[in-house]
Design a protein around this ligand. Sequence first.
Ligand SMILES: *Cc1c(COP(=O)(O)O)cnc(C)c1O
Length: 479
Amino acid sequence: MELIFELSKVGRRAADVPLSDVPQIAPESFIDKKYLRDELDLPEVSEIDLVRHYTKLSQRNFGVDLGFYPLGSCTMKYNPKINETVAALPEFTGLHPYAPHEFAQGNLHLLFMMQRLLSNIFGMAEFTLQPAAGAHGELTGVMMIKKYFEQKGEKRRVVLIPDTAHGTNPASGALCGFETVTLRSNGEGGVDLEHLEELMSEEVAALMLTNPNTLGLFERNIEKVAQLVHGNGGLLYGDGANANAFLGKTRPGDLGFDVIQLNLHKTFSTPHGGGGPGSGPVGVSAKLIDFLPVPRIVRKGQEFHWSENFPQTIGRVRAFYGNFNVVVKAYAYIRSLGAAGLTRAAEMAVLNANYVKEILKPYYDLPYDHACMHECVFSGSKQVAESGVHTTDIAKRLIDYHYHPPTIYFPLIVPEAIMIEPTETESKETLDNFCAAMIAIAREAKENPQHVKDAPLTTPVKRLDEVLAARKPDVCWKK
Ligand SMILES: *Cc1c(COP(=O)(O)O)cnc(C)c1O
């Protein structure tokens, strides 16, 4: 496909601007000359060429509305269109963020209700909706933990992170000035309790735990883990990006978590992965409420207003009040499913992952062979040993079968990891077809390994040198 610059013909245009009826002013008179250029080098095309170019480009895109997207840990579930319709209501989109609270009662009420709903679903005392993504929520949570110990006059400098954790966990700990220490997993894929006991001390501020973890396994010893952490005066942080697996089944607050961040753009069905901004609300137990970011919504009688009057707050973590529009979509999702619907979503997510796991087990290595939660993690080690076909090759070959590849090479403790998260919104037929493709690729790897190593074979752009693309990105078109 041609670049839009290649379609350009001098003088061709998509729109006519009427002649200006005010006197022209030389740009030099109000803009520093160093910012001015004579030639802008913009493509010149007609309207229909412009429309066709971008329509064609959009058809080369891949999204959950187009096909199965089993990207583990990312929860690429279908986003019901009703959420979009609700979020597009002019009462939500038209309100200026500086509008005084008297004119924003409905929207403030919605935010307040969302905080209550999330607190109930996750068993936390209070939520903030300010952070704009999961990693931002982690940062906010760890900042609160830091402030909590500062207030208590305790010098704790370590945050423990399991070896299965998402890379953002150690990053959030380090950004707050903590030393991050890796906690080993046991043979079952859970927390190694002996290692935790060894590492827990008065120096440890928190354990950042993902439950279910990134192997898709629920931490069987969670109560013991919470006891060990709390027993030493530490706090238990929950990475709730994987909350899809337990909605309505269990609540982090009841399991002993003191802080949890959510990803509305995963669990609560708002578009992500290039499809839209995120939202990473953070829930806290009672002992951390005072540290929540400001402004907070306060209810006085029937009225809602903002308040900054919380002296122990960590301050503001984002402009205005987070990605309001994303919160509206997630609110619509929660209200349209209801309690029973959310529970059923978790059940179906777990069922679908186990279904895929059982079908693919004879064809791919399954390092942790237990009932899984919302995702299952295979390894491509068998294929590497048999024919030199790597997980990357399998992932690229899936593109030829019109599937988005699963997450690969994560979690790090599984060599050649293939992490499949089907989500609850997919039918049995879709799962069967996907498994058939995975099985076909396993056969190809045996019979015609070079074919798999050359994949993708059907896409406009073939196998890219990803290292070169990352190190020396070539994003300019030059004549
Ligand atoms: C996605 C994810 C994150 C990070 O969320 P972002 O919104 O991408 O910042 C953190 N932890 C886990 C386990 C995740 O799956």
